[in-house]
Design a protein around this ligand. Structure first.
Ligand code: PMP
Length: 406
């Protein structure tokens, strides 16, 4: 398929609107992506016509919804290259996926004095669940340091692994700096010491082609809303062998086989980890989003977004007032920066009034902000529907901001 950004933009109704009378420039894709019409229609159609609970109904709609949901699971399994649908657990999103692993894997495998490794650039969602687990189990949280470019110190990482290391949990791509972590190497090093690895794929899934079998990661977590699907639906991929050994995370309906007051037996995978009514509409819309992406081609997306990154980075580097935070050699289409002498919040507020949606603050990654001695940044993050023209508008607006304050 040839990439025609103007044609693609028509798929996203949110791009048609103006804010404060200005054309919307949406550069907050790392927070959440816009949704194409096919996804919105899929969700709407589910509630219009197919609405029904799954897995326990004898009636037509329930059976149709169950089949559609399980077909979606099959599609997602193929999209990320898992070996079986047993390995695809539906969650609310990355946060819940990581909490599931920290809670369930933690219950089974973490003991007093054990060690868990995360990195300095993690989102809070990949820090706090491990921190709470460490508190509960009297385990130790170890942190891979980040260098001045925003890259993980791989030598330090190797040295952090000991015979007490029970799991490594790192981001595929940093939401705060844009660094694409060398996850293949990270997994290889951990596996050499028989340590499983969880990849926080919240930012990875929409920018890189992901094949969990080739990566050989033990867990991969992602959110639908960061890949053009609705909010409130996400996925945890886990290796079947590990998931089978792990106890249930939440309990209730759907996740059981037999219940009596004396004893309950649990359902098989993946249902063991899916207590309660699932987000069926969200699951079907996620399938639509992944099909939409696949049709464009994730490699096509990656190379177009890289063009946007290179173009925007060059312009920002030309502005002496701007300091880019995170200059990793391998970066996704996201730029975090500070304007010397201007608070990020003030700058973000003016940009907003000019129709440009950016993110300001610590991006739920306070430790990496502390590492760089700042309390926050301005962040622009691109999706494949963004354009160089939008970057030009943004750069002009940024010059206006700088003139106002300096
Ligand atoms: N990890 C990373 C790297 C993220 O960027 C985010 C979302 N900003 C999360 C985890 C949490 O995702 P969610 O809020 O969708 O659960």
């Amino acid at each position: 398929m040839t990439f025609d950004v103007n044609k693609i933009r028509k798929d996203f109704p949110a791009l048609e609107q103006k804010v404060y009378g200005k054309e919307l420039v949406y550069f907050d894709n790392a927070a959440t992506t816009l949704k194409p019409s096919v996804v919105i229609e899929r969700l709407s159609n589910f509630y219009k016509k197919e609405n029904s609970n799954v897995h326990r109904g004898v009636h037509f709609l329930s059976q149709e919804a169950t089949t559609a949901m399980e077909n979606a699971r099959q599609y997602i399994k193929e999209f990320i290259g898992a070996s079986s649908t047993s390995e695809i657990i539906f969650t609310k999103g990355t946060t819940e996926s990581i909490n599931l692993v920290a809670s369930s894997f933690g219950k089974k495998f973490i003991e007093k004095g054990d060690e868990i490794i995360v990195s300095e650039l993690e989102h809070h969602a990949n820090i706090i669940p491990w921190q709470l687990l460490c508190e509960e189990k009297e385990a130790i949280l170890k942190v891979i340091p980040v260098d001045d470019a925003g890259e993980l110190d791989m030598e330090a990482y190797k040295n952090l692994i000991t015979s007490r290391t029970k799991i490594v949990a790192v981001a595929h791509i940093s939401n705060a700096l844009g660094t694409i972590n060398p996850i293949v190497k990270i997994i290889e090093i951990a596996h050499h010491r028989n340590v499983p690895v969880l990849i926080d794929g919240a930012q990875g899934i929409s920018h890189k082609s992901v094949n969990v079998s080739i990566l050989d990661c033990d867990f991969y977590a992602f959110s639908g809303h960061k890949i053009f699907a609705p909010m409130g639906i996400g996925v945890l991929y886990g290796k079947e062998k590990l998931l089978n050994e792990m106890p249930p995370y939440q309990s209730g309906g759907e996740m059981i086989k037999e219940v009596s007051f004396e004893k309950t037996t649990f359902n098989e995978l993946p249902f063991k980890f899916e207590a309660g009514t699932p987000n069926v509409g969200g699951i079907l819309a996620l399938e639509s989003a992944l099909k939409y992406i696949k049709n464009i081609g994730i490699d096509v997306i990656e190379s177009y977004e890289h063009e946007l990154l290179t173009y925007a980075t060059a312009q920002l580097k030309n502005m002496p007032e701007i300091n880019i935070i995170g200059n990793a050699s391998n970066k996704s289409s996201l730029i975090s920066f500070v304007i010397k002498g201007v608070h990020h919040y003030d700058a973000g507020t003016i940009l907003d009034k000019l129709g440009i949606a950016v993110r300001t603050g610590h991006h739920c990654a306070q430790p990496i902000m502390t590492r760089f001695g700042i309390d926050g940044t301005l962040r622009i993050s691109f999706a494949f529907y963004n354009t160089k023209e939008e970057i030009n508008i943004f750069v002009d607006a940024l010059k206006t901001v700088i003139k106002m304050f300096l």
